[in-house]
Structures are given as structure tokens and as C-alpha cells.
Design a protein around this ligand. Structure first.
Ligand code: 13P
Length: 253
């Protein structure tokens, strides 16, 4: 049985006070939730105060990225895994499409970041997904398979058991255009098949694959009904505690 995960990616939104306030509100709205794991990813500057506020709660905190570097040193602007742990995080998002498109996070970089995260005992939430052009030209599954092959290079079955994948079709992010449950399910099944063929059936069965891209309180329940969708990575609709808590508690809505 794969326990669902609902994660909120706050991207480059929220000052420290805003992040702590939203987290405080969210905490009270999900105190009785135990059907899924809950993760939020505030900006770096708000990680420590937000995780302090959430101590003892059922909400875990993620960073949105980390350095490929694993030793402290002269790397201006970089933040490494033990600093992220030190700020109270248990998870880290890696390879988000915005980082791939705007900040040079290639599959090779994503691979190094996953290894760095695992080395610091952080749970990587690894993002993959095709662009609209790639989908329209019928290459979506091929593109995602290549992302898996290169991003997960040299990782063992044991490593994979410590990873969460997030399928985020680029054309569905922030556009209001969600993949239909059927489209998402097809890709999730294809990802699971790839893991089964290349890493092992046992790993494929227990690996959690989240869907991301315009998830809202109105469409989460239909997505979660699909066999291979194990949760969601939510952007816009996670910024407000009320709407995010409705997504978290999708079973009740
Ligand atoms: P939206 O939910 O705003 O489409 O963003 C999805 C996303 O990028 C989560 O990482």
C-alpha cells in the first residue's frame, strides 16, 4: 500500500511572516489528517522559522532545490544538503521544470542533486515531465523515459526506495490546463513500467509518483482515483491554507 503524499510548492512566493502564518493556519486545518503525508516547500529564507512553527505537527518541510556540492566551501549563493537539514527539512524538490528551463538543471545536474540529497538523508521529490511541443509531437513518453534514465543514473534499488517522483507536464503548470486523470494515469503507468523494467518490480510497486500541474480542490479527487497516482505536487492552490487543506483532505470533499 502506497501512502499518498500531498505536497505544496510555494515557489518564490511568501516572506518569512507570510510563510509562518500560512503554515500555522494549515496546521490547524489538517491536525486530524492521517490518510496522507503532507509536505510544504517554502522559499529558503522561510524554511527555519516555518519548520520551527510546525514542530510536532503532521506537516513536513521541503526545500525547493539544493546544491550539487556536498562539502562546505566557496560556492557563493549555493545551499547544501546539511544546511537544508539544519533548517528543519526532511524533503527536497529536485529538477522542477522551472529550474530545468531557467537555471540550467539538466538531467546530469538533477542526478548529482539526487545523490547529494540522499547523502544527507533528505527525501528527494524528483520532477519530470514533457513540454507541450513534445506532447503534441507524440514524444511525451520518450522524453520522460530519457529524463528517468539520465536523472536516476547509477542509483540502486535501495536509493529508489527513498525517492518520490513527481510527474509535472510543463504545459499544465500554472496554466489552469490540468492533464485529464486519464492522461496523467497513462504517464504514471508508463513511469512505473520503466522503473519496473530498469530497476525492479518491487521498487516500482512501492515507489510513489505524484502528479503536478494545475491541481485544485475541484480536480484532486478524480486524479487520486487513478491507480498509479499517489499524490500531488501543488503550486498555486497550495499558497492559501484553505484551498491547500481542501486538497489534502480530498477524501472528504
Ligand atoms: P501549479 O499547481 O500552479 O500549476 O504548479 C504546479 C507546480 O509547478 C508544482 O511544483
Amino acid at each position: 500500500m502506497r501512502k499518498p503524499i500531498i505536497a505544496g510548492n510555494w515557489k518564490m512566493f511568501k516572506l518569512i511572516s507570510e510563510s509562518v502564518n500560512t503554515a500555522t493556519e494549515l496546521k490547524s486545518l489538517v491536525t486530524n489528517t492521517n490518510h496522507c503525508e503532507i509536505v510544504i516547500a517554502p522559499p529558503y529564507t522561510a524554511l527555519k522559522s516555518t519548520s520551527d512553527r510546525l514542530e510536532g505537527s503532521n506537516i513536513r518541510v521541503a526545500a525547493q532545490d539544493l546544491s550539487t556540492e556536498t562539502k562546505h566551501g566557496a560556492h557563493t549563493g549555493e545551499v547544501c544538503g546539511d544546511m537544508i537539514r539544519d533548517a528543519g527539512c526532511t524533503h527536497v524538490i529536485i529538477g522542477h521544470s522551472e529550474r530545468r528551463a531557467m537555471y540550467g538543471d539538466t538531467n546530469a545536474v538533477v542526478n548529482r542533486k539526487i545523490k547529494a540529497a540522499l547523502g544527507f538523508n533528505l527525501t528527494p521529490i524528483v520532477c519530470i515531465g514533457e513540454t507541450l511541443d513534445e506532447r503534441d509531437s507524440g514524444e511525451a513518453e520518450m522524453v520522460v523515459a530519457k529524463q528517468l534514465e539520465e536523472s536516476l543514473a547509477e542509483l540502486t534499488a535501495d536509493d529508489l526506495l527513498r525517492i518520490i517522483l513527481a510527474y509535472e507536464p510543463v504545459w499544465a503548470i500554472g496554466t489552469g490546463r490540468t492533464a485529464t486523470p486519464d492522461q496523467a494515469q497513462q504517464m504514471h503507468a508508463s513511469i512505473r513500467r520503466w522503473i519496473s523494467d530498469h530497476i525492479g518490480t518491487g521498487v516500482a510497486e512501492s515507489l510513489r509518483i505524484l502528479y503536478g500541474g494545475s491541481v485544485k480542490p475541484e480536480n484532486i479527487a478524480d486524479l487520486m482515483r487513478e491507480a498509479d497516482i499517489d499524490g500531488a505536487l501543488v503550486g498555486g492552490a497550495s499558497l492559501e491554507a484553505g484551498s491547500f487543506s481542501r486538497i489534502v483532505n480530498y477524501e472528504r470533499s
